[in-house]
Design a protein around this ligand. Structure first.
Ligand code: SF4
Length: 354
């Protein structure tokens, strides 16, 4: 099974460089081939709002591939129907990154398209995505009001013209997203899971997770992403379907995760507000790592179990607690979900059993 490289922190540029180096990503570029970087600029917004890719992910890619001799590097994307890509480019901070690194940006709303045969019929796909020597998918892991989750596969929807985006919605999203993922099959996926939104692809309720991961299979990346969100593959229908269509493998092996550092290397979770504060009203935290706390938030969101007393954080080491402990730091609790950090799926199961 494909390896998944994972790292914790808040410096997207440095984290990206370390992931690409650990995975020897240059081996994915065909000799003399081009690299097209495909971030998520779905709407006009800032990365800290939980919708768009941190510009440091793109600058990290540019520095890495340039240092390895790749000359033809570009950034490609189109926003959703109703927003202007160039406005999203500016607001995200990516325009400044493209200027600084002298990398061309192409608005795919203006690109030529070619029809591609897929299991759901022909889909018009933007030429710059199809012709890339290596297409690098740079999604944000976040919630989605229709598909529950969006990550590597759904991010590719930015590689089709607006008329096809509208048609995808008319087709119910699941099948065309799976078919597009199998047809485009990016050779590298670097997931920005630093602060993706809880519910919506347009952001507004970011959950600070301070994590990134890399995988060469977009279907495996999404299978792992669903697990991190506390969702089963049945709840995100396009993942297994993409595997059926030949887009990759809808599974991951925990033994294949290469951890480049520990969750405690990232900053502690900042005091939650708004919807996250409501979800965690029975949670007592003391120096909780962001990844641990974010997984708990996702599990509370998925299960709706906000009626249980929960302890989390490094400050609970060696202490006892009557309720549910989350993470190995809380093994002194009456019941504990072990792991460092435990996944949202593990926490959700414990909440449902409580
Ligand atoms: S178990 Fe403790 S050290 Fe591990 S991620 Fe959770 S809070 Fe951090």
């Amino acid at each position: 099974m494909e390896k998944i490289y994972q790292i914790y922190g808040r410096d997207a540029h440095d984290m990206t460089l370390r992931l690409l180096t650990a995975a020897n990503a240059i081996a994915r570029v065909p000799a003399g081939g081009s690299v097209a970087l495909k971030p998520n600029l779905v709407v006009t917004g800032r990365p800290e709002d939980g919708a768009v890719t941190h510009p440091g992910v793109v600058s990290g890619c540019v520095e890495y591939f340039r240092a390895h001799g790749v000359r033809d590097i570009s950034v490609i994307e189109s926003s959703w129907v109703g927003d202007r890509t160039m406005s999203a480019l500016r607001a995200s901070g990516l325009e400044a990154v493209c200027d600084k690194w002298d990398v061309p940006f192409y608005d795919l709303k203006k690109d030529e398209t070619r029809p591609v045969d897929t299991p759901v019929g022909k889909i018009d796909v933007c030429r710059r995505a199809l012709d890339a020597g290596l297409l690098v998918d740079l999604p944000v892991l976040k919630g989605h009001c229709q598909t529950r989750m969006t990550c590597a596969l759904k991010n590719l929807k930015g590689c089709i013209p607006d008329r096809e985006k509208r048609r995808f919605h008319a087709m119910g999203l699941t099948k065309p997203i799976a078919a597009l993922g199998a047809a485009l099959r990016p050779g590298l996926v670097v997931v920005d899971s630093i602060c993706g939104d809880l519910d919506f692809e347009e952001g507004g309720t970011p959950v600070q997770t301070d994590r990134m991961f890399l995988c060469t299979d977009p279907v495996t990346a999404d299978a792992y992403a669903a697990h991190l969100m506390g969702l089963s593959l049945d709840q995100v229908g396009y993942i297994s379907l993409a595997a059926e269509y030949g887009g990759g493998e809808a599974a991951y092996d925990p033994g294949d995760i290469v951890a480049l550092n520990a969750p405690s290397d990232a900053a502690a979770y900042i005091k939650p507000s708004g919807k996250v504060a409501k979800l965690t009203k029975r949670v007592r935290q003391d120096q909780a790592c962001s990844a641990c706390f974010a997984n708990l938030v996702r599990a509370l969101h998925v299960t709706g179990r906000t009626d249980i007393d929960i302890a989390i954080g490094q400050g609970y080491k060696g202490r006892t607690f009557d309720g549910l402990g989350v993470g190995r730091c809380c093994k002194g609790a009456a019941k504990c979900v072990m792991g460092c950090p435990p996944t949202a799926g593990q926490i959700a199961r414990a909440l449902e059993e409580a």
